[in-house]
Ligand binder design. Sequence first.
Ligand code: GLU
Length: 427
Amino acid sequence: MDNKTNLLHPRAEQHSKFWQNAHAYFDTVYTTANLDPIWRPYLASPKRVLAVSCPIKMDDGRIQVFTGYRAQHNNARGPFKGGIRYDVSVDRDEVMALAMLQTWKNALVDLPFGGAKGGIVCDPKKLSMGEKERLTRRFTSEIMPIIGPNQDIPAPDAGTDGQIMAWILDTYSMMVGYQALGVVTGKPVSVGGSVGREEATGRGVMNILRKFLATQNKQIEGTRVAIQGFGNVGSHTARLLAGRGAIIVAITERSSGIFDESGIDIEAATKYYRENGTLADFPGADAITNEELLTCDCDVLIPAAMENTIDAAIAPHIQAHVVVEAANGPTTPEADAILREEGITVLPDILANAGGVTVSYFEWVQGLDNYFWDLKQVQDELQKVMEKAFDAVNAKADEADCDYRTAAYMIAISRVTEACKIKGLFP
Ligand code: GLU
């Protein structure tokens, strides 16, 4: 097929900035790492992207049609694996870019998975529970031909949670006629989920930051941290860092934020946010915007929201010495270059936020075995995986005299290329 008519090919049309960004990192590393060029076009495109229409009966009797996607990037190392997000910004390019990042992430922490990502274009906050359930069940049945415990295993991402994973599990299981625990991860513990999965991304962020600080003879205690995003990832990261003595000076969510130089009481802020749905007017703290948070006076900045939040306009004003990417793709390549010039260390997404998918892997293994671990085992095994990945990236960065992102991509892309090469092409 001619590239111009191949919709999955990166240069076939004007793709969104995020898809281009994912390629910018991939292209740079593919060239610098001297990888076998023969596999480059194969790795540059997703293997499959499924777009589906999900007609749903709304509570008021109307029928509304929602668009959903599942992008599967590469499965040379194992079944596809990656989250499903519910957000108004979801589009085909976004899930393609996120699926590619997921391939690198899964390879970097050495999981036996390829990368995928999916999503539904919707505002989950505006849907009732009933509407959300009908939408999730319909979407599951639409993507049913390409998911399964040995094919593609979804998980939570922005705007989705354990309840949604339970509906995916149930819909899939009803359709195949038996309980298929391995079809989805991030399930509630009561239906075969893993203890420690919910906090896993935040715990992994904490593990990676602690390891990095140790290389600088520093520790978490007393470090001043600003966190953008107070959803699953941001809130657990804040709790775990505060529990180890970090001073959380600022947190924001989509439309509100707070700053307190002496450190925010995270437990109180979490309770307040849960009860009020906003951080606005949280007692004793000053109001702060998302932009002010990114440029506030702190040691460590943790973007834990959406992609492209640190761009070339904001990067020169960042005061933190370290950026830990708890979100996927929060830094644009232009901003990344500026941060590097300024001497700011970036701990890249595919390393920093890999804790979630790592415990998803543990959950998948437990579900297939029908044998469940205790919390200590999950936390200890997660720490081992995260620390091993950090050590590998740190050593590669030293050896190749490069930044952490380049080092992480070099390791991940080499592993995927190696798997492609050994397996060869079918037919
Ligand atoms: N959505 C998470 C991520 O971006 C988790 C994916 C998974 O557990 O499969 O890594």
